[in-house]
Design a protein around this ligand. Structure first.
Ligand code: DOR
Ligand code: ZN
Length: 346
């Protein structure tokens, strides 16, 4: 439902989220539980979440941190490694709370050291996933340190991703946090088995934003923001009405000290205002009528889940989020630092 000043959506899902663990988890999870019915929780803890048994324990800690009053369902993922057993795929297929494996090329991003070092190493596991109907979530960047950082996604798409799709045509794949025209076009052209998530930062900013008036570490994430032409391609994809593109924030909290450093960490924190940021991006394209499907319907359909019960409502109202939030003994600075937002969740 939409009038000039309010927008009501089905209760949405975040299909790509970093919650961390311990005090960090306790500091951030309420932001997500407040607006989303479910979130697909990334497994890149230290050590990573590699088995259904480990994911069960992590899920319990998340539910404890959420508290009893909130109705929030954490959808768990397992971290794919060179040593993942094919038996684990069967356990995922049998489980009702693990929904995907996450493929990090080793060294691609934060806590990816245990990731896959060569695609062929996981072929038996990908084959088992294809047979069992288990979804593969992909961090789509090549890791060769000599490859220009702005080219890493496009090269991954035309190389490894093409190869996976060719060799496992029935495997369901989510290309996570796409950032390029090449990735958007590839996903759109493939079978309905291939989908993608899109973050708010990649819809709102381009690579020049990182250097506007100085260097802005809170806009730094991986895959890194790209040229404006790519941002526009992502806006087109997100607002196209195609069920292949859906919401995944990739909200990734890091302490302020780790981001504002001589070698700053990758990751943007957005879960304090996630829906508001998407509403801003869709509104700027005059496409608010497309947000409900993107945020509340397409992701659930791809994952074979029912729609959430209930709704959320946003109002057109200018507000300024806090410049920082408590994060254990430290603080987090959000993506939105220093600016006002035009939409507010009621
Ligand atoms: O910027 C990022 N941060 N990209 C990722 O893929 C991981 C994430 C994190 O965990 O901080
Ligand atoms: Zn992520």
């Amino acid at each position: 439902m939409q009038d000039n000043t309010t927008l009501t959506l089905g209760r949405p899902d975040d299909f790509h989220l970093h919650l961390r663990d311990g005090a960090a988890l306790s500091a951030v999870v309420a932001f997500t539980a407040r607006q989303f019915g479910r979130a697909l929780v990334m497994p890149n803890l230290k050590p990573p979440v590699t088995t259904v048994a480990i994911a069960a324990g992590y899920r319990e800690r998340i539910l404890r941190a959420v508290g009893e009053n909130a109705s929030f369902d954490p959808l768990m993922t397992l971290y794919l490694t060179d040593n993942t057993a094919t038996d684990e795929v069967a356990r995922v297929a049998d489980s009702d709370f693990v929904h995907a494996f996450k493929y990090y090329p080793a060294g691609a991003t934060t806590n990816s050291d245990s990731g896959v070092s060569a695609l062929k190493n996981v072929y038996p596991v990908l084959d088992a996933m294809q047979r069992h109907g288990v979804i593969l979530c992909v961090h789509g960047e090549v890791t060769d340190p000599t490859t220009d950082v702005f080219d890493r996604e496009a090269i991954f798409v035309e190389g490894a991703l093409q190869q996976i799709v060719r060799d496992f045509p029935a495997l369901k794949i989510v290309v996570e946090h796409i950032t390029t025209r090449e990735a958007a076009e590839f996903v759109a052209a493939m079978s309905p088995n291939i989908a993608a998530t899109i973050t708010p930062q990649h819809l709102l900013y381009n690579r020049t934003s990182i250097f506007t008036g100085g260097i802005r570490p809170h806009l730094y994430c991986l895959p890194i923001l790209k040229r404006e032409t790519h941002r526009l391609a992502l806006i087109d994809a997100a607002t196209s009405g195609s069920p292949k593109f859906f919401l995944g924030t990739d909200s990734a909290p890091h302490a302020k000290n780790a981001k504002e450093a001589c070698c700053g960490a990758a990751g943007c924190f957005t879960s304090h205002a996630a829906l508001e940021l998407y509403a801003e991006a869709f509104n700027a394209d005059d496409s608010l009528d497309k947000l409900d499907d993107f945020a509340s319907r397409f992701g659930a359909a791809f994952y074979g889940l029912p729609r959430n019960v209930g709704t959320v409502t946003l109002r057109r109202e200018s507000w300024t989020p806090p410049d920082d939030f408590a994060f254990g003994n430290e603080t987090i600075v959000p993506l939105t630092v220093g600016r006002t937002l035009p939409w507010k969740l009621l």
